[in-house]
Design a protein around this ligand. Structure first.
Ligand SMILES: *Cc1c(COP(=O)(O)O)cnc(C)c1O
Length: 499
């Protein structure tokens, strides 16, 4: 049996036939080649596939249909907020004035984009309870780095060089410790309390004159709101450290909890999660960072400024001497920021609050529907996502979370996040989002119930799942350790996905 199903087609190179299709390209002027210096000319033509237009179109459309997308089905990937992306956002992001603006256009010619960025900064500052926002970082992970670099600059500006430690809970996203290390800090991991929340006593014990910052995700990656957050923030500040909020889970709390007002000094917002934007393929995204009073001077440059006459301009290099400098070229991933602006403006304040309420309702509904199907390690009400576990199922049947996830594909669903957070055995992190109907949630719960029944009756079907997908179960270790990155022909037995 091969891992590649019959829906995988030959590549463009294999379909290529000499002389087919190239005629559609308009012919260049006769002397075009004569104008190019001889040493810049190719000795041979480029090795490009030659196809006619219908074949080319079908090739890409067929490829696109191998993908699972939030536009084709339920995508409950916990921690990622794979919500539906309203098509009006796509229309806005493609408007010529935004999409075709040259990144080096002078401010006078970029007033519309600058105004949109400025207004988006105001909106995100309001939502996060922050003083100001930078839109530059290209993703949440880069937002984290930006925030921690500002914290480093803050301590240095006070001559406080002993602060080398960043405390993170064990449920945190891997980007948190990675960020701390990249910024030159030592990561100190703090185990969670038995109820899944932060262990306040453990944090208190670890805080001290060497603590630079604490990174907290609230709600946590277990989908739980940190009820002791006020006490924790007091302890952090009493120790002279700053509090970083990982805002990836903002989808649960808009209009209900403002991290800045609660005392967080800095947070990133994954606008490609909370404010739509399709990001399942790995990007692009944007990770704006909001700061409170203490970190204001260190924001990356250039900021967008509104002048007294109502016009907008970018800061000039060196205008703010304490800035940590640029973290990305130009002003950020503008297309993603336009989508976020469109999303925020179409919902308005009360609409965003409703988004969070509905996301929390959907997660709690699905969690209740799965009681008795999978283990639910944390019983208290969840926020926009919740953790289930197949540890009990594994003990009874040998079926693991990975098998359940692969079998879900046969039922037409994208699996949830699995084996994360790391502090729960056989974890499934499920995030339905506010954009799904109750019928979809019911169908997903029914599929999981059916799969658990199969685990008892017919475990072999689960071990070898998925059965109906473009590729069958792959050896994920081999794929990670010996990635097959070179194109090989698919003719004969040379499959790119070997048995
Ligand atoms: C997604 C996520 C990140 C990283 O954000 P990217 O935009 O993917 O770089 C960090 N923390 C948490 C909790 C996340 O869910």
């Amino acid at each position: 049996m091969t891992a590649a199903g019959d829906r995988l087609r030959p590549t463009l190179f294999e379909r290529s036939r000499p002389g087919r299709g190239g005629d559609k390209v308009p012919h260049p002027p006769k002397d075009a080649l004569a104008r190019i210096p001889a040493d810049q000319l190719r000795a041979e033509g480029p090795n490009l596939p030659e196809l006619d237009e219908p074949e080319l179109t079908r090739h890409y459309v067929n490829l696109s249909q191998l993908n699972y997308a939030v536009d084709t089905g339920f995508y409950p990937l916990g921690s990622c907020t794979m919500k539906f992306n309203p098509k009006v956002n796509e229309w806005a992001a493609r408007l010529n004035g935004f999409a075709a603006l040259h990144p080096l256009a002078p401010d006078e010619l970029a007033q519309g984009t600058l105004q949109l960025l400025w207004e988006l900064e105001q909106a995100l500052a309001e939502i996060g309870g922050m003083q100001a926002v930078t839109l530059q970082p290209a993703a949440g992970a880069q937002g984290e780095l930006t925030g921690i670099l500002m914290i480093r600059a803050y301590h240095r500006s006070r001559g406080d060089l002993a602060r080398q430690d960043v405390l993170v809970p064990d449920s945190s996203h891997g980007t948190n410790p990675a960020t701390a290390s990249m910024a030159g800090f030592r990561t100190v991991t703090i185990p969670s309390a038995p109820d899944g929340g932060v262990d306040l006593a453990a944090f208190r014990a670890a805080l001290g004159p060497t603590t630079a910052a604490v990174m907290i995700t609230n709600p946590s990656t277990l989908g739980l709101f940190e009820s002791r957050i006020g006490e924790l923030l007091e302890a952090v500040h009493a120790a002279g450290a700053l509090a970083y909020m990982d805002g990836a889970n903002l989808n649960a709390i808009m209009g209900r909890f403002k991290p800045g007002a609660a005392g967080f000094d800095v947070m990133h917002i994954n606008v490609h999660k909370t404010f739509s934007t399709p990001h399942g393929g790995g990007g692009p995204g944007a990770g704006p960072v909001g700061v409170g009073e203490k970190l204001l001077p260190f924001l990356p440059e250039p900021r967008v400024l509104r002048q007294p006459d109502g016009r907008f301009r970018l800061e000039r290099p060196g205008e703010r001497t304490d800035s940590i400098g640029r973290v990305r070229a130009f002003v950020g991933n503008t297309g993603v920021l336009v989508r976020a602006y469109a999303y925020i403006s179409t919902h308005g304040g009360t609409g965003l609050c409703q988004v969070s309420d509905d996301a929390v309702l959907a997660a709690n509904y699905l969690k209740a529907r799965l009681a008795g199907v999978l283990d639910i390690p944390f019983q208290r009400p969840c926020m926009h996502e919740f953790v289930a576990s197949a540890a009990g199922l594994k003990a009874e049947t040998g079926i693991r979370t990975l098998d359940v996830a692969k079998r879900l594909i046969d039922y037409g669903f994208h699996p949830p996040t699995i084996y994360f957070p790391l502090n729960v055995q056989e974890a499934l992190l499920i995030e339905p989002t506010e954009t799904e109907s109750v019928e979809t949630l019911d169908a997903f719960a029914d599929a999981l119930r059916a799969i658990v029944a199969e685990a008892h009756a017919d475990p072999e079907t689960l071990h070898s799942a998925p059965h109906n997908s473009p590729v069958r179960r792959l050896d994920e270790t081999a794929a990670a350790r010996q990635p097959n990155l070179r194109w090989r022909g698919m003719t004969g037995d040379q499959s790119p996905c070997p048995d």
